[in-house]
Design a protein around this ligand. Structure first.
Ligand code: DAH
Length: 360
């Protein structure tokens, strides 16, 4: 067959010239595909004389094998070249120094919780916890707030959903940390000294209120505890916490169902050009409610009020954080604005403790 050499030349050079896999495939189809040139020649063999067919068949088969091998070799070469290209383009110098990443900061509320835990631990208080979804009984009844008590309205409570037909009192998002008093007393009994920092919820939103905020509950139960112990404890706390020589507290007679007598405590501060300062000025910010634990509360928690007595307080953590760190707007606390967090946040490595000075 005369054409064989021509065909060989034609296809081998087409294969060598194929720039990518798609071009190579076109060459394969043109030569060896069902309707390809070489396949067509193979089909003519049947009409040849036996002698001629033998010779032509052998050379056609040899050509077919040769083209097939060339196609495969070219395919491998193309793949290798593509890999080389990628390796060159995606080259990475692992010896370059890493880019510094921004590190996160500790939120002022978390920081203040660590600080107050350190201060109260130093006075012998341990940390107690309770659930944020709380039963009606712990949040109200056990604290001497029965179902029809007006204090229930004042708490702007969030109620959890109950299935239709389930007539039990719904659970609530705890409106204060005071239910932890009951839980801690029931679990540990008297005498007891605990604080309970955590989230609380009320349906309220303006410049100084957010629907979620933070309180720390304090409870000290023993045989001979008085209002004098409460006053000393709170003044000592404020001095240590605010780290200024002069801290002025004002005790105002008040009323809470779970304490008798009760007092609210305000702290003196000034606000000059949006900068809050503690211990000076003519403004007062209410930071806590407190009092002597009501006998009915002790009773509800299974503690004998003829044997034991004590004080309790509930303090606004966000408020004392605003005062200490001069942060004027409460709502910004919970907006997760990175600029705010970087400005007011604390280094994660800087853990407050009293021995080293609280915030040095
Ligand atoms: N639970 C009160 C509130 O959220 C605060 C409070 C007042 C807590 C007096 C106390 C207390 O433990 O003795 O408004």
């Amino acid at each position: 067959m005369d054409g064989i050499d021509t065909l060989r030349g034609k296809y081998l050079s087409a294969i060598a010239g194929a720039a990518d896999e798609a071009a190579l495939e076109e060459v394969r189809v043109a030569a060896l595909g069902k309707k390809g040139e070489i396949s067509a020649l193979m089909a003519t063999l049947g009409r040849m004389e036996p002698e001629a067919r033998k010779a032509a068949g052998a050379s056609l088969n040899a050509l077919k094998d040769e083209i097939d091998a060339a196609l495969r070799a070219r395919k491998t070469a193309l793949a290798d070249a593509a890999l080389d290209e990628r390796l060159k383009a995606e080259w990475l110098d692992v010896t370059l120094p890493g880019r510094p990443r921004r590190t996160g900061t500790i939120h002022p509320v978390s920081r203040v919780m660590e600080e107050l835990t350190a201060i109260f631990a130093d006075m012998g208080f341990s940390v107690a916890e309770g659930p944020q979804v709380e039963s009606d009984w712990y949040n109200f009844d056990a604290l001497n707030i029965p179902p029809e008590h007006p204090a229930r309205q004042e708490h702007d409570t969030f109620f959890m959903h109950r299935a239709p037909g389930d007539n039990r009192a719904p659970h609530v998002l705890r409106t204060h940390t005071s239910p932890v008093q009951i839980r801690a007393l029931m679990e540990r009994g008297a005498p007891l000294r605990v604080i309970a920092p955590g989230r609380v919820y009320r349906m309220d939103m303006d410049q100084t209120h957010t629907p979620m905020f933070h309180q720390v509950e304090g409870l000290a139960i023993d045989r001979d505890i008085s209002m004098a112990n409460l006053k000393w404890c709170l003044e000592e706390f404020c001095r240590a916490f605010f780290e200024v020589d002069k801290v002025e507290l004002r005790f105002r007679a008040s009323h809470f169902p779970f304490t008798e007598p009760s007092a609210e405590v305000d702290i003196r501060y000034s606000n000059v050009g949006g900068q809050l300062r503690i211990g000076e000025g003519d403004k007062w910010m209410e930071i806590l409610g407190s009092g002597m634990v009501h006998p009915k509360v002790l009773q509800a928690a299974g503690v004998d009020p003829t044997q034991w007595q004590g004080f309790a307080f509930g303090m606004g953590i966000d408020r004392i954080a605003m005062l200490k760190y001069g942060i004027p707007d409460l709502r910004a606390f919970f907006e997760s604005d990175l600029r705010w967090l970087r400005h007011y946040g604390f280094s994660p490595l800087d853990v407050p403790d009293l021995a080293g000075g609280l915030s040095t």
